[in-house]
Design a protein around this ligand. Structure first.
Ligand SMILES: NC(=O)c1ccc[n+]([C@@H]2O[C@H](COP(=O)([O-])OP(=O)(O)OC[C@H]3O[C@@H](n4cnc5c(N)ncnc54)[C@H](OP(=O)(O)O)[C@@H]3O)[C@@H](O)[C@H]2O)c1
Length: 330
């Protein structure tokens, strides 16, 4: 089968299309023919190993000290078809169309991969895919959709409440905007200028270009502020919340963690950090929301697997709106 082998930490040139052996499923695994994946922000960060120091060391031990030697195939989101099953698998049959997220297991820049019958958590999650969209659209849902669904679900947003989303134009952000609107919120999306029209088109009531305006200094108050990237000023964000408002940071930097820990119990405001939520149940809930037309993936560009390096380079231009999809096979 064709797969993109991750040969070195660093530039996209280290992603090389090669012919490798097709895997066979173990007793508790399914073999998936992958039709689409994505080039996500995290894929580019893993590729370069641009990770917070405390995380980078264990990740290097896990992936390979000097080069990716244990995990050789990048890519975390997928949509595809089950083409073979191990003897202990009862939840899936050949022919099932599935989608999911392999997390630290990675491996989706390939024509085939094996996944445990009931993966869950950071080593992968899978379910049947939405039936009303293409494989390419389905592949752009799992990571951003799961983060947004789980995180906003912790706030119990009420109709009319004001929600501000930092990094609204990205993968997590575009699902967060749509879900917050679905819950009845008045939504403000914060991102760079080139993404603001797209944010309005998916329902944002207000948009702020973070390169021109600081949302913590415009006098507005919010019931919830969701930071998808860990780029928010902590003190200013908390001051921009109504009493009993909620600050959610799904990518807290070390200083956010310290500030959140220090302020817990000292403020009436809720301070929430990343929690995960990678479950089959959540993927099935996203499937329902997509099939009902409540949310949809925002897809900026699609590249064939052969052009994976170009896809990564595009993501690194910071122009990506929503998601960049990778088409695999014909
Ligand atoms: N995708 C994954 O599988 C995964 C897994 C684990 C963790 N994460 C982390 O989660 C974070 C978000 O992921 P994502 O996939 O949603 O990223 P994304 O698609 O790159 O979206 C992030 C968005 O935030 C914008 N942005 C950057 N700085 C900002 C600021 N100061 N204020 C407001 N907006 C700002 C970016 O726009 P500009 O670039 O134009 O500034 C971009 O539109 C990333 O840091 C990623 O490392 C992702």
């Amino acid at each position: 089968m064709k797969a993109v082998i991750w040969t070195k930490y660093g530039s996209p040139d280290g992603l090389q299309l090669q012919e490798v052996a097709k895997p066979s499923p173990r007793d508790n695994e399914v073999l998936i023919k992958i039709h689409a994946s994505t080039a996500s922000r995290a894929d580019t960060e893993f590729r370069r190993l641009i990770l917070p120091l405390l995380f980078a060391i264990p990740v290097r031990m896990y992936i390979g000290l000097f080069r990716p030697s244990r995990i050789k195939i990048l890519g975390t989101e997928f949509a595809g078809e089950v083409v073979a099953i191990g003897k202990d698998v009862t939840q899936y049959q050949t022919g099932d169309q599935v989608y999911g997220y392999t997390g630290l297991g990675m491996g989706t820049y390939a024509e085939y991969m094996c996944l445990s019958k009931k993966p869950s958590g950071l080593l992968g999650v899978m379910s049947k895919r939405p039936t009303n969209i293409t494989y390419e659209e389905a592949a752009a849902i799992p990571f951003g959709g799961l983060e947004a669904l789980h995180t906003l679900g912790r706030v119990n947003i009420q109709p009319g409440q004001k929600v501000l989303i930092v990094g609204a134009g990205g993968s997590i952000g575009t699902y967060s905007v749509q879900l917050a609107k679905h819950y009845g919120a008045e939504v403000t999306g914060v991102d760079s200028g080139g993404k603001l029209d797209m944010l309005r088109s998916i329902g944002a009531d207000h948009v702020i270009d973070y390169t021109r305006e600081d949302y913590t200094k415009n006098g507005q108050k919010y019931d919830a502020i969701l930071d998808t990237i860990g780029g928010s000023p902590f003190g200013g964000s908390v001051r921009s919340l109504n009493e009993n408002g909620t600050y959610l940071n799904v990518n807290p930097k070390w200083h956010h963690k310290l500030q959140m820990g220090w302020n817990k119990g000292r403020t009436s405001k809720k301070l929430l950090s990343w929690e995960g939520g990678y479950t089959t149940e959540n993927l099935l809930r996203l499937k329902e929301l997509i099939e009902a037309g409540t949310i949809k993936p925002v897809i900026d560009r699609t590249y064939p697997l052969e052009q994976i390096a170009e896809a990564h380079r595009y993501v690194e231009t910071d122009q990506k709106k929503g998601n960049v999809v990778v088409r695999i096979g014909d």
